[in-house]
Write a protein that binds this ligand. Structure first.
Ligand SMILES: Cc1ncc(COP(=O)(O)O)c(C=O)c1O
Length: 388
């Protein structure tokens, strides 16, 4: 238990230690651990005062947790297009602003960052809050500041597939004392955490139980201490793979707004068309080397195209009239701009435990498969030209 029991715990405070380590390493004022990245998002939204009827703008490429958190506090997810940074397209954000918009939620997908300057200026112009979902991008930065510490609040996830994991856990980062105090109470039933008699604590507001446990925090602390090692291995492997793929004509890479801040957890790249990308996925599958590569366009978790449960409002309990109307609109919304990006994109996860030999083998098999598919396509196109 992370709070109270002062005598029994013999002055061992793992959650507090991890929160301090996060603040020190990521240079932010306050960190509040939570039970998951999803509950960190819910907590951050509530702590910022976002609630019933408020609109939160988010990208079409993210994890389902983004809209879950927004729906759970009674707010309305407004989903807009991404660009070739695989994150929010600022022009699409501008078009989505209405009098009900309260917050913009960029999601720093796959270890790299959204271009925050244009988004920050939209926030300033329209007096909106900025909540950064950095759940996939711990240790990445934008123009010298760590992701998650730039907006009014930011979130991290320590789930089982993240760079720093404690099996299940998350954190809210903020530089606002008030937001932090709200997070601290909200994740623990609204208790005010004053004094050392837990049963005598008061409730300045209603909260829930989104606490992390001391056991999870202890594992998280040990893992977080290895962050720099993880980042440097990722950088080395990413650099090698990128250099090999860069030799393939026609292949392009994701736009990274600040390349020096990439955490290198994924290398995301584009083929010239959806047809070629689908052919390559088929080829990689048939050679049994697709594992570790992600074609998000087909993925059920991360891209709007496959979120039937959201678009068809399949919820266990009734949504508010405003939420329901927004989801109906979403079902027929045009995401062709996002589709044109995502249908040509493959992200390769960068392994931490790859030996140099494995890295070289993976990259040479990937390069040959891509070249094979491109060559087949080119000869088919040439044959077609001859017959017409
Ligand atoms: C972008 C993003 N946001 C939020 C989450 C939720 O994190 P958790 O799995 O810790 O609840 C995830 C998890 O994959 C994520 O990728």
């Amino acid at each position: 238990m992370r709070y109270g029991f002062d005598g029994a715990r013999k002055d061992i405070w793992k959650s507090r230690e991890l929160e301090k380590a996060l603040c020190d390493r990521l240079q932010c004022g306050f960190a509040q651990l939570t039970s998951s990245g999803t509950s960190a998002l819910t907590t951050a939204l509530a702590a910022l005062g976002i609630g019933a009827g408020d609109e939160v703008i988010m990208p079409s490429f993210t994890f389902v947790a983004s809209f879950e958190a927004v729906l759970s506090i009674g707010a309305i997810p407004v989903i807009v297009d991404i660009d070739d940074s695989l994150t929010l397209d600022p022009e699409s954000v501008k078009k989505a602003i209405t009098p009900a918009t309260r917050c913009i939620m960029p999601v720093h997908m796959c270890g790299s960052m959204a271009d925050l300057d244009p988004i920050l200026s939209i926030c300033r112009e329209h007096n909106l809050l900025l909540l950064e979902d950095a759940c996939q991008s711990i240790g990445a930065s934008y123009k010298g500041k760590f992701l998650g510490t730039i907006g009014d609040a930011g979130t991290l996830s320590f789930d089982f597939v993240k760079t720093v994991t404690c099996a299940e856990g998350g954190a809210v980062l903020t530089n606002s004392k008030t937001t932090y105090t709200h997070c601290d109470g909200y994740t623990d039933h609204g208790h005010d955490h004053l004094g050392n008699d837990r049963g005598a604590e008061l409730h300045p507001f209603v909260g829930y139980n989104y606490r992390i446990s001391e056991l999870h925090a202890a594992v998280g602390l040990a893992q977080f201490r290895k962050l720099d090692t993880f980042l440097s291995i990722q950088k080395k492997n990413h650099h090698f793979l990128k250099t090999e793929l860069a030799n393939i004509p026609g292949l392009k890479f994701r736009t990274i707004p600040d390349p020096s801040g990439d955490s290198h957890t994924f290398l995301s790249w584009f083929l010239p068309s959806r047809e070629l990308t689908e052919a390559l996925v088929e080829e990689l599958r048939s050679q049994q080397i697709f594992a570790g590569n992600f074609y998000w366009f087909e993925h059920n978790w991360h891209y709007i195209r496959k979120w039937e449960h959201l678009k068809k409002e399949k919820t266990l309990s009734r949504l508010s009239a405003g939420q329901s109307a927004a989801l109906k609109k979403l079902d027929s919304q045009d995401f062709s701009k996002s589709d044109s990006v995502m249908s040509c994109c493959i992200s390769t996860a960068i392994g931490l435990s790859w030996t140099d030999e494995q890295l070289h083998e993976k990259s040479s098999r990937l390069v040959s498969a891509i070249k094979k598919v491109l060559a087949q396509h080119a000869s088919r196109a040439a044959a077609l030209e001859l017959t017409t």
